[in-house]
Design a protein. Structure first.
Length: 367
């Protein structure tokens, strides 16, 4: 492939992933200005992308990395440095010692690469035209961003954005907008606490479904699209508490049923596994045994056990928690209030795991 062909291919790739109006991009490519702000016809203008939360900070990391590298490198190398790659080339250059090394390791390489191209589109970076293109800082413009004299807007990469739908389309049908905004605020808080962009925590599509279904039980929360075992264990309690509080404030019903076929199929699948877990609990199987036999993560099986205790009300939970631990957790739960796990867990100095704590609190009627 000739250098000219490679350059044309790169131009096409750039155009397809760009977040700017297609008509404007094509006009500029052929050396003409396009004065309209919105053409009203292309996919970008018809369904504008959302602003990426913490996008300005991500952009500054990208620009700071390129500045720190000193010599010009290609897009993929810059992305590798920012995401903390341990490649031989980075180690040979000793670029793992840079402050920006791994600064965006919480993001995928595709997302960081998309941000780099957005900065090229905005004139903050220049990508040279050659068979081995490299990135150059547009010094004055980039310096304004790095020093805070100028703000930069980054859009959510289309590769990770939920399917674009109109605000009145089915994607928003039955969604409580107030709850959606409440959940977005919570997502932003969690993201700030963890130092990652908000979309790494949960996507907008997942928040919309939460605001539609309003789940306040572990079983219901686990059926939300985008919520797997890990998210359920990590975020479930906090988001369910926010949903429950909002429903109380506004007199809304929680745990709304859905008639969507996919959700029904998912519910049936979850239900069958849960019934299997219940049968194992009836036999006195431990969490580890139940997890192995159902093929589910232990955190998920712990959710089932908590529901089992609430529904079946066994006289004792000694198959899963020994008596001494039970008495200790119950006493702390009574003393500080056991409706939330974290305060009890912290009061126990982390010596009792979350799974045991939640089972005791549920059995003792404190949750």
């Amino acid at each position: 492939m000739t250098a000219a062909q490679i350059e044309l291919l790169q131009d096409m790739q750039h155009l397809s992933s760009s977040q700017q109006c297609r008509h404007r991009a094509l006009s500029r490519y052929f050396g003409q200005d396009y004065e309209q702000e919105n053409c009203g016809a292309c996919d970008i203008c018809l369904t504008p992308p959302d602003h990426l939360e913490n996008g300005a900070d991500i952009a500054r990391h990208v620009l700071g990395c390129i500045q720190a590298l000193g010599l010009p490198f290609g897009v993929n190398y810059v992305v590798d440095v920012l995401t903390g790659s341990k490649s031989a080339r980075i180690q040979q250059q000793r670029h793992e010692t840079l402050r920006e090394f791994g600064a965006l390791k919480a993001l995928s390489k595709d997302i960081v690469r998309d941000v780099v191209y957005q900065l090229v589109d905005q004139g903050l970076l220049e990508r040279t035209a050659s068979d081995r293109p490299v990135l150059l800082l547009r010094a004055a413009a980039a310096d304004d961003v790095l020093t805070g004299r100028k703000e930069v807007t980054i859009f959510t990469p289309r590769s990770i954005a939920p399917q674009q739908v109109g605000r009145n389309d089915s994607g928003w049908r039955d969604v409580d907008r107030g709850l959606f905004e409440r959940l977005r605020d919570l997502r932003r808080t969690v993201a700030t606490e963890r130092g990652v962009p908000a979309f790494v925590i949960l996507g907008d599509a997942t928040l919309r479904e939460m605001a539609r279904l309003r789940p306040t039980s572990l079983a219901a929360f686990g059926q939300v699209r985008g919520i797997g075992d890990r998210k359920l264990a990590d975020l479930g309690e906090r988001f369910m508490a926010a949903i429950a509080a909002y429903c109380r404030e506004h007199g809304l019903a929680a745990d709304v049923a859905t008639s969507e076929p996919v959700a029904q199929a998912r519910s049936a699948k979850v239900g069958s596994v849960k019934e299997q877990a219940y049968a194992l609990f009836d036999q006195g199987c431990s969490l580890q045994e139940a997890a192995a036999k159902t093929g589910r993560a232990q955190s998920t099986v712990a959710n089932y056990l908590e529901d089992y205790v609430a529904e079946r009300k066994p006289a004792s939970v000694t198959p899963w928690v020994n008596a001494a631990v039970y008495d200790r957790v119950k006493a702390v739960g009574i003393e500080i209030g056991g409706s939330l796990l974290r305060p009890v867990y912290e009061a126990l100095d982390g010596e009792v795991g979350y799974d045991e704590t939640r089972v005791v609190l549920r059995h003792a009627g404190l949750r």
